[in-house]
Design a protein around this ligand. Structure first.
Ligand SMILES: NC(=O)c1ccc[n+]([C@@H]2O[C@H](COP(=O)([O-])OP(=O)(O)OC[C@H]3O[C@@H](n4cnc5c(N)ncnc54)[C@H](O)[C@@H]3O)[C@@H](O)[C@H]2O)c1
Length: 351
């Protein structure tokens, strides 16, 4: 089996989750770490014994030994880095949010179409958790009957210091928004993926407690019409006493589940056998801890998603999270912003 060689572009908060995930895999080597701030790349290179560091990501792209890259930079740079990487013949896994605008998403999509033999995927690690997969399976088996409502409540805290630590945070141009596109997006992605896509949204967003710090939103609400006809809502704030609490409630004529962060706190199925099966499988759903990097609420999905990326490269197959599907979640968020500005319902498709 040929060794797959990787480069990591961007050595900030999330990079160690990628590094540790690659290090879990046999036949995979991280050759180069890149950051505009050389000391950040050097620090991680020393910790993880990575042989090469650079400040210009083109050095990674020009290295014929490197097969694939993780893009772990700020949102505003994703389109340029991803496009250059694909055009240089590298497989790409890019952190969420794939892009901060429709134009950026389209630029990447066009670059992938030019290089369609390459794997291109976007991180949405919570799709890889055993519990979310179990819920997905029961929805797809029609265990919930006719879905009627899906609700997300995201309550988290982002302090003034958090936004001040990096200049891209809290800006429309570089972050593309804040609460929705950076934090709540994980769970917006889950409801999008679990429930078959959102067709249109009506949203409102505010900056309630960070007025002098960010130009973007810290609080938002949205109502959503899903493609399958049911309706749902998002209520989110980054100004909560809670550090990180996301509750998803999925309600159907035959099934009901309440997911709190990564735990099912209540469920019911009208079919006794289904209820029994869900209970048994839920009890064996605990996640294996495979990496020590990142905050606990990042979950255990990065190793599984990065394994899927490497397997997709080796097996020349599509990754579990297609770029198109990662894009569709960003489009929900972008539609919320557009609706918040215009006061109108906005379709989630390509704007
Ligand atoms: N999946 C998750 O749970 C999760 C968690 C945190 C962050 N993220 C995502 O990861 C990405 C990075 O976030 P972060 O918190 O690590 O940010 P960060 O600011 O801590 O790190 C980004 C790094 O990229 C570097 N960088 C920027 N442009 C570069 C370029 N052209 N070449 C080389 N280096 C460059 C910066 O110097 C910085 O060190 C974002 O997309 C964010 O949304 C995902």
């Amino acid at each position: 089996m040929k060794t797959v060689k990787c480069g990591i572009i961007g050595c900030g908060v999330i990079a160690p989750s990628h590094i540790e995930s690659y290090r879990n895999l046999s036949g995979v080597e991280i050759k180069t770490l890149c950051d505009l701030v050389k000391s950040k790349a050097e620090k991680l290179a020393e910790k993880y014994s990575v042989p090469v560091v650079c400040v210009d990501y083109k050095d990674i792209l020009n290295d014929p030994e490197i097969d694939c890259v993780s893009v772990c930079t700020d949102h505003g740079s994703h389109a340029r880095v991803v496009t250059d990487a694909l055009d240089a013949g590298k497989h790409v896994i890019c952190e969420k949010a794939l892009g901060a605008s429709s134009d950026c998403l389209t630029t990447m999509e066009v670059a992938h179409a030019r290089n369609s033999h390459l794997i291109f995927t976007g991180i949405f690690q919570h799709r890889f958790e055993n519990i979310t997969r179990l819920i997905k399976e029961f929805i797809d088996r029609d265990g919930f009957g006719t879905l009627t409502t899906v609700n997300l409540n995201s309550a988290l805290l982002r302090t003034h210091e958090y936004y001040r630590q990096d200049k891209w945070r809290g800006t429309w141009a570089e972050e593309g928004g804040s609460l929705l596109i950076n934090q709540a997006i994980h769970y917006i992605d889950l409801i999008n993926w679990l429930c078959g896509g959102v067709e249109e949204v009506s949203a409102r967003f505010e900056n309630l407690t960070h007025q002098d710090v960010i130009e973007t939103e810290d609080t938002a609400v949205a109502i959503m019409k899903f493609k399958k006809g049911f309706i749902g809502s998002i209520t989110a704030t980054a100004s909560s006493v809670e550090t990180w609490r996301h509750t998803i409630v999925i309600s159907g004529t035959e099934g009901f589940v309440e997911l709190n962060n990564d735990e099912v706190t209540y469920y019911n199925f009208s079919n006794k056998d289904l209820r029994q099966e869900f209970a048994e499988r839920l009890s064996s759903c605990s996640e294996e801890k495979r990496i020590n990097a990142g905050k606990t609420y990042y979950g255990e999905g990065h190793p599984a998603q990065i394994k899927d990326f490497i397997d997709a490269i080796r097996e020349r197959r599509a990754p579990f999270v297609s770029a198109e599907s990662a894009r569709s979640t960003v489009e929900i968020v972008l539609a919320c912003y557009e609706s918040g500005r215009s006061g109108k319902w906005v379709k989630t498709g390509r704007n």
